[in-house]
Design a protein around this ligand. Structure first.
Ligand SMILES: Cc1ncc(COP(=O)(O)O)c(C=O)c1O
Length: 445
């Protein structure tokens, strides 16, 4: 059930006024956008960052703060869509990058660092007995699927509605038009019966079941343990590989969400912060599967990539894991995230608003509905204008999150920043109380 906003016309008016204030307050970003359109289509080289009328241009970051081209200081609650876990230029990462630069960055061969980083990851993710590095999470997923196809000799891949596994592996909204041509089977997220029906029908042709342990871009909707464990059973039944895309969820525990669930996927993909904030991806899994990439074998699978072992990502990634991403840091970040989500949801409840914040640990998304969310289709009727209004309201008051309502906390985001976020959200909710959607209960009062 969705709830009507109190007055749709006044919502339009409030949003138009907020956008107009954004225009007025950001002339330098507007000007930069115009320049960008001369050389980049729509001024853009990364689709998720586009927003009408123009995106804010950032010029500097420090800790969990950003400065935009118009001189506003903004609390960074987006954390580069999770890649910015360590905040902006954390000292150990900066030092590691400088040291790597001093040693030369294009060494044209194997280096020590890639082995050290691989060891750190294998130690944390026992299901990854062997792994290989890539430049992005997208590439990691492409290679994981290629491994599954080569291993099974099958062509179909079971994925879930609303999932995002990369720029060419996207299963929500309209963004899938450039997807790679695997033979996709799609099921609703958290619907084990639908997945089982695909396995029943096509099981002998399914190479892989590819799943995010929590829909990330699709709205921070956690996969239930029953669903995720059920996929493990289904993959075993039909001889497909279970691929866990932990590009986002790896931050929920030292060994990712798989360690929390006690679940062992065949292959795992990683990305984002494991490169210390620089380009990064990795895929890995059971030794017997990954050994196909051993170049000493006559039947070896190829896996090329000039920057797979690039010195800066390896150095920054290592520094992050060794010096910053400690068990205590993981726990503290998770707890802060849980607290922030609880505080936001308490605000919505107290004000009788049909809004909610979903997610796990330090990853969350604000939604314009108070209905339970289990799959992507549950979001179909939500009004995007609500999130827009909250986004512009927060931005105007100095808090930056994704326009789609996504928040990913970074390590420097502390208690003071949490309080600031909540107080600013509270201010936005008060300012727009008349146009935000009310719960059914408060509508009937
Ligand atoms: C779950 C998930 N998988 C894969 C990717 C793709 O990673 P990249 O942007 O590094 O290609 C993302 C990026 O947001 C992601 O969230």
């Amino acid at each position: 059930m969705t709830h009507p906003t109190r007055t749709s016309a006044s919502l339009d008016q409030a949003l138009a006024a907020a956008v107009e204030r954004y225009r007025q307050r950001n002339p330098a970003s507007a000007e930069q956008f115009e320049q960008a359109t001369e050389v980049l289509p729509g001024g853009n080289t990364r689709s998720v960052l586009f927003q009408a009328p123009f995106p804010p241009v950032m010029v500097r970051g420090q800790g969990c703060w950003l400065w935009d081209a118009d001189g506003h200081k903004l609390l960074d609650a987006l954390g580069e869509f999770t890649a910015g876990l360590y905040g902006h230029s954390a000292a150990p990462i900066r030092a590691a990058i400088v040291a790597a630069l001093d040693g030369g960055i294009s060494l044209s061969s194997h280096t020590f660092r890639e082995v050290e980083l691989a060891r750190e990851l294998v130690r944390r993710f026992p299901s990854m007995q062997l792994l290989r590095f890539t430049n992005s999470g997208t590439e990691a997923n492409l290679l994981a699927l290629a491994t599954a196809v080569a291993h099974t000799g099958r062509r179909k891949v079971l994925v879930f509605e609303g999932a995002y596994h990369g720029g060419v592996l996207s299963f929500g909204g309209a963004t899938g038009s450039v997807n790679v041509p695997h033979e996709w089977l799609r099921a609703p997220y958290n619907d084990l019966a639908a997945a089982a029906a695909h396995v029943e029908h096509d099981g002998e042709q399914i190479a892989a079941i590819l799943v995010e342990p929590m829909l990330g871009s699709g709205g921070c909707i956690p996969g239930t343990p029953t669903f995720l464990q059920g996929l493990r059973r289904l993959a075993d039944e039909c001889g497909a590989l279970l691929v866990f895309d932990e590009v986002m969820t790896s931050r929920l525990a030292l060994g990712g969400r798989q360690s929390q669930l006690g679940l062992v996927p065949d292959l795992t993909t990683l990305g984002k912060y494991f490169g210390g904030g620089l380009s990064f991806g990795a895929f890995g899994g059971r030794r017997e599967l990954m050994q196909r990439f051993d170049p000493r074998r006559a039947d070896a699978l190829g896996h090329a990539g000039t920057f797979n072992n690039n010195v800066l990502s390896m150095a920054a990634g290592l520094a992050g894991l060794r010096e910053l991403w400690t068990p205590a840091a993981v726990d503290a970040l998770n707890r802060r995230g849980e607290r922030l989500r609880e505080r936001c949801n308490a605000l919505f409840r107290d004000r009788g608003l049909a809004l909610q914040c979903t997610g796990l640990g330090s990853l969350m998304t604000l939604h314009a509905t108070d209905c339970p969310l289990r799959c992507y289709a549950d979001l179909a009727d939500t009004d995007p204008r609500i999130k827009d209004l909250i986004y512009f309201g927060l931005l105007e008051r100095g808090v930056f999150m994704a326009r789609r309502g996504f928040v990913a906390l970074s390590l420097p985001f502390g208690d003071a920043e949490l309080e600031l976020f909540v107080a600013t959200l509270d201010e936005v909710l008060r300012a727009y109380a008349e146009v935000l959607p009310a719960t059914a209960r408060s509508m009937s009062m």
